[in-house]
Design a protein around this ligand. Structure first.
Ligand SMILES: [Zn+2]
Length: 547
């Protein structure tokens, strides 16, 4: 301030009197120009603000307005909670771990699980047709299919509700960290503890409880209902649901809707005060690529060449790390924003309502977390690496496994092309059909991304309605699942119309780490709500009340 005043007085002192008039003219001109410019800029900003606000105002809520079936918000009192929790506990106590090499499976545990279902749910056992491995042409297939036949012949499109009863193993080194042993099924009043309580025996048991209750209440479905319980979902479902899907297709069965795990109710979605019930309308594909560098002459470790097999491979991996797949704000993510946006704060609505303008802002916000980043693009990460045989010699070969999760809209082929274009080194060869040691892969190394199912279908509406009836305080939205589920085996137009992925868990970030993790557990309240959810879903989907 002081310096400016001094500069002003110096100017006055230095300006000749004769030049004063012309100075006035020249200073006035730029000032009025600046004023004009200022007015134009302000008008533009005002117009832009109006447009931004108008676009934000166009975001209309897509939430269904329905009455909660338990308006008090407390646990359903007509469900025998102790009995249902005991059934889940008994299911968790059977160590139905699935292995890639299925000869390692504990067949007794799988058999006992089937027997448990049969004895625990007499109404289901009596009223539904059960199909097992023998029917699918593979006695070792321990997956189960139940058919609940329709009481009417009017609508021939059936509904398939899925869950899986295999679980992932427990890392031995973490056993001491479990509050209750992983196959104890301990009930402490607040939680049921153990492997599979969240993923996915809770859904298996909740579905059976819901059907048992409906049958006992005299309910008869107006369309066929199938229940599929996979025994090898955690290792790809090749000998379970893949065979069931083939069997269904061979019998000309048509499914209007498939519902499997994959989405859930999540707390802590940025910008949203209430929990979000995210229904997966698509899921990513996956791909494993073996990257190999094989040199004719490895060189000598005492006089090493500039580039060794390990260095060439490491450089290729570094390039991939530095050049991720481009982000895409379309498909499932875009529809999710359409549903979540109107329920968010004013500023968030402005950003989401003008996503052509703020696309990069939204992408940056998503990219800040690994989960958000995975939702935006095809991801790739090296998962295995092998090279070298002794400390003082150069290996001629180096190999790595690159694991990709492919976003809907991309394909296996386009993903391989992208990887190749980033590496740009012919010395690095890419193979999808062999493992690191060069032997053919036992499991399918890839799966194309799924189709994107409708978020305006009758089935989606029934799901949306059910969620709102049972969980009135959540915001429903479609999204796409970054993991793989067994529903992929049914994701073909020849068999199914729409495939959705949703289990009504109510989880925060901590809850998410329990899946496949230490101290996996489900809240007793959430589990009872799950029974209510499946029961109401069946009423909405195949009951008399459906329009
Ligand atoms: Zn699962």
């Amino acid at each position: 301030m002081h310096a400016a005043r001094r500069l002003g007085s110096e100017q006055q002192v230095g300006i000749p009197a004769t030049a004063n008039h012309s100075m006035k003219i020249t200073t006035r001109c730029p000032r009025s120009k600046a004023k004009k410019l200022c007015t134009i800029v302000l008008a533009c900003i005002a117009t832009l603000c109006v447009l931004l606000i108008a676009n934000a105002a166009k975001l209309k809520s897509l939430q269904l307005k329905v009455l909660a079936i338990d308006p008090s918000g407390i646990e359903p009192s007509d469900i025998d909670q102790d009995s249902a929790l005991a059934h889940l506990s008994a299911a968790v106590q059977l160590p139905t771990i699935s292995h890639r090499n299925r000869a390692r499976n504990n067949t007794t545990a799988f058999h006992d699980f089937q027997t448990l279902l049969e004895s625990t749910y007499p109404a289901v056992t009596t009223n539904l047709s059960k199909y097992t491995g023998e029917d699918f042409g593979d006695p070792d297939n321990a997956s189960l299919l139940y058919q609940w036949s329709s009481s009417s012949n009017e609508d021939t499109s059936a509904v398939l509700l899925m869950a899986h009863y295999d679980v992932v193993p427990v890392e031995q080194s973490t056993l001491a960290n479990w509050k209750h042993p992983p196959f104890s099924g301990a009930i402490d009043g607040e939680y049921v503890w153990g492997r599979g309580t969240l993923d996915d025996k809770c859904a298996t048991i909740a579905l059976m409880e819901a059907c048992e209750r409906l049958i006992n209440s005299g309910f008869r479905p107006q369309r066929d209902v199938y229940l599929a319980f996979g025994h090898d979902e955690e290792v790809g479902g090749r000998y379970g649901n893949q065979q069931i899907s083939d069997w269904m297709r061979s019998r000309g069965i048509r499914l209007s809707m498939v519902l499997d795990e994959g989405g859930g109710i999540y707390r802590g979605v940025p910008g949203l005060d209430q929990p979000a019930a995210l229904i997966g309308i698509a899921e990513k594909g996956f791909l494993n690529i073996t990257m190999t560098v094989q040199l004719d002459d490895a060189g000598h470790a005492a006089i090493p060449p500039q580039e060794t097999a390990i260095v060439i491979l490491a450089n290729a991996i570094t390039k991939l790390q530095q050049t991720p797949f481009p982000t895409k704000l379309d498909g499932g993510i875009s529809r999710m924003l359409d549903y979540l946006g109107p329920e968010m704060s004013f500023l968030d609505r402005v950003v989401i309502g003008n996503r052509q303008l703020f696309g990069s802002l939204i992408e940056n916000r998503f990219s800040n977390t690994p989960a958000g980043n995975a939702a935006l693009r095809t991801t790739m990460v090296p998962t295995m690496i092998e090279s070298g045989f002794t400390e003082n010699a150069l290996p001629s070969a180096a190999t790595a496994n690159l694991h990709l999760r492919i976003q809907p809209g991309e394909t296996v082929e386009s993903s391989v092309s992208f990887v190749r274009s980033v590496i740009q080194d012919d010395r690095v060869t890419l193979h999808t059909d062999r493992t690191l040691d060069g032997t053919p892969r036992d499991q399918l190394p890839f799966r194309e991304p799924s189709r994107i199912s409708s978020d305006t279908s009758k089935s989606f509406r029934a799901l949306h309605q059910t969620i709102k009836q049972v969980y009135p305080d959540v915001t429903v939205a479609p999204f796409f699942v970054v993991a793989s589920t067994d529903s992929a085996h049914y994701d073909t137009p020849a068999l199914s119309q729409d495939v959705y992925r949703f289990t009504p868990w109510n989880l925060d970030q901590t809850g998410l780490t329990l899946i496949h993790g230490v101290n996996e557990r489900i809240s007793t309240r959430e589990f009872v709500q799950m029974i209510r959810f499946y029961e109401q879903l069946l009423i909405n989907l195949v009951g008399n009340t459906q329009d």
